[in-house]
Design a protein around this ligand. Structure first.
Ligand SMILES: [Zn+2]
Length: 318
């Protein structure tokens, strides 16, 4: 764990962000079939926190693993207790200017496919249609025993009924509809059961320790094969499921642009690295109204990580 850098009182410099926007605009002008890969940094501007700091290290305890969720009833109860508190944040989240800019880019015919590591569904709500939800969707649950699917909103009502004493708790929001809830007797929390078979319900998201379903990976790979460039937005690419597409893009000789405020696992592969806030830069690149700085939401520590910089390790022309 590295320390979160101190918050700067100085707002981002709008002139610099316009410059970065212009660099990205030029890059987008040169590419007509872009595979876009988005991560948590795209949703922090919507009030959904991210997992990692600017150095790529965990900001809080790592999320639950597949092994713990399926094998440890107490860990599972703790997961659902935290999700019960965290879900309303996700349910209330709205697309921000970064989501809207990517939907506009698709409307202009330049997006071959948008592959997202986010599970919040905000790209679709912003109007993106060619979306692969690589890690699934938090607004749906699936029974591990019979495959029955139950919308997460219905599960919330179930959790309210099963756990009246836990309703109305307040806690800091955490990524993926989680919440920072500690020091409680989680053994007393009753997880939801499948209404069809009484089996285990799990959010329809890919947990750590679980593989992305093969058809989903194949769909994204096929889109990459049709693309003429790849753009990463708001992802540290620390998770292999996302990193592999950046690596595959470079192996195929495609230009790779990365718009992410902190360091990423693929910085050395990038043909263009824009270390900046997507909520500011994407709208600027498309000539759309700018969004408020993510820092003003109080959710994105990375906006304060240091001076805005443009790194072009190889060629900005890529
Ligand atoms: Zn079932």
């Amino acid at each position: 764990m590295s320390a979160v850098p101190p918050r700067s009182a100085k707002p981002p410099d709008p002139v610099d962000e316009l410059d970065v926007g212009a660099v990205l605009a030029d890059w987008l002008d040169a590419h007509r079939r872009v595979l876009v890969l988005t991560g948590a940094g795209c949703s922090t501007g919507s009030g959904i926190p991210d997992y990692r700091d600017a150095s790529g290290a965990w900001k809080r305890s790592p999320p639950i693993t597949w092994q713990a969720f399926t094998g440890d009833p107490l860990a599972r109860a703790r997961y659902w207790a935290r999700s019960h508190v965290g879900w309303p944040v996700v349910a209330a989240a709205r697309p921000n200017p970064a989501h809207l800019a990517l939907a506009e880019l698709e409307a202009r015919g330049q997006v071959e496919c948008l592959v997202t590591q986010n599970v919040d569904g905000l790209h679709q709500r912003a109007g993106s249609r060619r979306v692969v939800d690589l890690h699934g969707r938090i607004d749906m649950t699936v029974c591990l025993d019979c495959g029955h699917r139950v919308p997460r909103a219905a599960v919330q009502a179930m959790l309210d009924r099963l756990n009246p004493a836990w309703t109305g708790l307040d806690a800091g929001a955490a990524p993926d509809g989680d919440a920072d809830l500690e020091g409680l007797d989680f053994g007393a929390f009753r997880p939801p059961c499948c209404p069809a078979c009484n089996g285990l319900l799990k959010p329809d998201v890919v947990f750590f320790g679980e593989n992305v379903p093969r058809p989903r990976v194949a769909e994204a790979q096929a889109a990459l094969a049709r693309a003429d460039a790849m753009l990463v937005v708001g992802s540290s690419l620390m998770v292999y499921s996302g990193f592999r597409f950046a690596r595959a893009a470079r192996e195929a000789g495609l230009p790779l642009a990365i718009l992410t405020a902190g360091v990423t696992r693929a910085d050395a592969l990038a043909t263009l690295k824009l270390a900046a806030d997507a909520v500011q830069v994407l709208p600027a690149a498309l000539g759309l109204p700018p969004g408020p700085a993510s820092a003003s939401t109080g959710q994105d520590d990375r906006a304060d990580a240091g001076p805005l910089q443009v790194n072009a390790p190889r060629s900005a022309a890529g």
